[in-house]
Design a protein around this ligand. Structure first.
Ligand code: PMP
Length: 297
């Protein structure tokens, strides 16, 4: 049985340091600082009908993420935006995922990396639902992660830094091996934080609660969905949510560029029923990102 096409062996073009290069030739040297020391920041953007959603916010976050890791992306937000659009066009993509990454090169290998060149690359590929749609409306099953989101005094938690995903991959694997779709992570204080690649919202008595993003990514989708919820007249409370409150909620859903809005049916021993609020916001979000299409059917 053959697996999915590996990411290094595809047709198409990848933008790398100012040039559109054939997909298979977009390589880095083994002595690249980012590979050894995690000096890379990235973005995940979704395009709908060829139009990247909230593109400039992603490009700005890429630059901010780099600054937090003490380097500067050598392109402006407008330039990064244009590169993303060029990559979508060069690959003749419509509904796709766009992956910009900025990273330190190979001029210096060691803790000090002042002499390294900063590289930028943008790839894009066709990508459907992160969690399949039919599964999505039934709600996905989550387990509790063992690793916790670190204290901002311990890690650069506001940066979408490659290194912060080390514990996410471990937890996603642990969840998948146990038959779950994903894992819910607490933070260093034992508060509910987020999933391995998405933010979390919880509903109680018609009110939407979501953790304050003080040690994890304040997702662009999270902010978009808070706006959509408020427009519908729902109350949204950003606050500290303790793990022992998980039993008190009736609906739970995740948000993220990849996950979009994904209802949750289970977190460990707790069961939820994807209901009216999750469904309304899922539909509102899909209608917003896909203005030319009918909202999620
Ligand atoms: N948290 C983590 C750890 C993520 O990887 C993502 C996806 N980028 C999110 C939250 C959601 O962020 P956004 O809505 O900006 O995609």
């Amino acid at each position: 049985m053959s697996g999915p096409t590996p990411f290094n062996d595809r047709d198409g073009f990848i933008w790398l340091d100012g040039k559109m290069v054939p997909w298979r030739e977009a390589n880095v040297h083994i002595l690249t600082h980012a590979l050894h020391y995690g000096s890379a920041v990235f973005e995940g953007v979704r395009a709908y009908g060829g139009e990247p959603f909230k593109l400039s916010e992603h490009s700005q976050r890429l630059k901010d993420s780099a600054q937090i890791l003490d380097f500067e992306v050598p392109y402006s937000v407008a330039e990064i935006d244009q590169i993303c659009r060029d990559v979508i066009a060069a690959n003749k993509l419509s509904d796709c995922y766009v992956r910009p990454i900025a990273y330190r090169g190979s001029e210096q290998i060691g803790i000090s990396a002042q002499a390294t060149k900063i590289h930028l690359s943008v790839s894009a590929w066709e990508w459907g639902s992160y969690f399949p749609m039919e599964q999505r409306l039934k709600g996905i099953r989550l387990t509790m992660a063992k690793y916790r989101r670190p204290d901002p005094a311990t890690a650069p938690s506001k940066s979408k830094a490659a290194g912060l995903y080390m514990i996410c991959t471990v937890e996603k694997h642990r969840a998948e091996k146990a038959g779950y779709a994903d894992a819910l992570m607490l933070d260093w204080r034992g508060r509910v934080a987020e999933c391995t690649g998405a933010n979390v919202f919880l509903v109680k008595d018609g009110v939407i609660h979501t953790p304050e993003p003080d040690c994890f990514l304040d997702g662009i989708t999270r902010r978009t969905v808070i706006g959509l919820a408020k427009k519908r007249g729902y109350q949204v409370i950003e606050r500290a949510i303790m793990a022992d409150e998980l039993k008190d909620f009736s609906e739970v859903f995740l948000t993220g560029t990849a996950a979009e809005v994904t209802p949750v049916s289970e977190i460990g021993e707790h069961k939820y029923k994807p209901g009216q609020i999750s469904e309304t916001l899922l539909n509102d979000y899909m209608a917003m990102v896909q203005p030319s299409r009918k909202a999620a059917e």
